[in-house]
Design a protein around this ligand. Structure first.
Ligand code: ZN
Length: 352
């Protein structure tokens, strides 16, 4: 009996030890997995897997607008302190643990006050573990949005002249004076093909509405895609953002002459709103409601392109924010019914 008891006990001990070891291994794995998913920036650049693997972008349009205004005004008024909106947003993200649902303008005012009192952003953020992560992640999203550019304006003789400016240089993807509606549809489920989530924002409008390039870049994809129909994919010059515009118009999806490899400028007409897609056969309207599907993919490493590790962010708040900057268009070819932008635009780095 005693022997049997001892036998059972040692069996129990072995079982408990195995269980403990198992729990330990699992929790270690979970810890490292979540840590790696969240942040992968270290000073060791030899490690090739050292790049951001995931971004959950939920900065509100209100926070985007307030920080953008601080940035733009401080530059244009040549104030003593030049605010950088991405730094401000990264700092706020640290306060909210990345969740801007808790955004409060007072928190931004406090940061501004500290900066005005002579503190540097480095000093203020030096103890914030995730500051570098948020700064890099938000830079990938927003670095093409604000900066120096030239734009055509009318002078007193009603002639177009270029004017140099600093400000918002990303445009709403829907042309000026065209109506659209949208709602928070990122992550909703879609059933065509296979069950998957919606990785963009749908802008419902009328067929033929001119579609505008949000940011300057290179046409990387153009043509038919089973899901997106006639679509165009444009990569930002810094390679970090891939803009996806889909379901373009049947028979006449793209702006005149647009082709793979072309350089487009922010505010250019790139195509026309339609309802193509959900078909293996080309040029088929199989979407129920005419809309532009607009998506933004972040690329920190080329291995993230066309892989299960693609990072698509929620662009709903970005669309709300961009409503303040629309591109005016006119019919530039009566025969083909093609549109062009009314006022030309040049990126600072494209000016020779
Ligand atoms: Zn969509």
């Amino acid at each position: 009996m005693i022997i049997k008891n001892i036998h059972i006990k040692s069996k129990h001990i072995i079982l408990i030890s195995i269980l403990t070891l198992f729990i330990f291994i699992i929790s270690t794995l979970i810890f490292y997995y979540s840590k790696n998913k969240m942040i992968a920036i270290t000073t060791n650049s030899d490690n090739e897997s050292d790049f951001i693997k995931w971004v959950d972008f939920n900065v509100t349009s209100e926070a985007l607008k307030l920080t953008a205004d601080l940035d733009i005004k401080s530059h244009n008024n040549n104030e003593e302190i030049h605010y950088n909106w991405i730094e401000l947003l990264a700092y706020l993200a640290c306060i909210y643990g990345g969740n801007f649902k808790n955004f409060n303008e007072n928190d931004l005012n406090k940061i501004v006050e500290n900066l005005q009192n002579g503190k540097s952003i480095e000093e203020l953020t030096s103890t914030l573990t995730f500051y570098d992560y948020y700064f890099e992640a938000y830079s990938a999203v927003l670095s093409g949005f604000i900066g120096n550019y030239s734009v055509e304006v009318l002078n007193s003789d009603n002639q177009k002249v270029f004017e140099n400016r600093y400000g918002l240089k990303a445009f709403l993807p829907i042309a000026k004076n065209y109506y659209f509606t949208h709602y928070k549809d990122f992550g909703n489920s879609r059933s065509y093909g296979f069950k998957r989530t919606h990785l963009g924002n749908d802008l419902m409008g009328s067929i033929g509405t001119p579609i505008i390039a949000v940011e300057s870049g290179t046409v990387e994809q153009l043509g038919w895609n089973q899901y997106g129909g006639w679509r165009v994919g444009i990569r930002s010059f810094d390679q970090k953002r891939y803009y996806y515009y889909a379901h373009l118009r049947k028979d006449h999806p793209y702006a005149e002459g647009l082709k793979l490899g072309d350089t487009v400028k922010a505010g250019d007409v790139i195509g026309y709103l339609g309802m193509t897609g959900y078909s293996i056969k080309e040029n088929v309207n199989n979407i129920n409601v005419a809309h532009l599907h607009f998506g933004m993919q972040l690329i920190f490493d080329e291995s993230q392109v066309d892989s299960p590790n693609e990072i698509w962010i929620n662009v709903y708040e970005i669309i709300e924010f961009l409503k303040s900057n629309t591109s005016e268009v006119y019919v530039s070819n009566e025969e083909t019914k093609d549109y062009s932008r009314k006022y030309d635009f040049m990126e600072e780095f494209l000016i020779e």
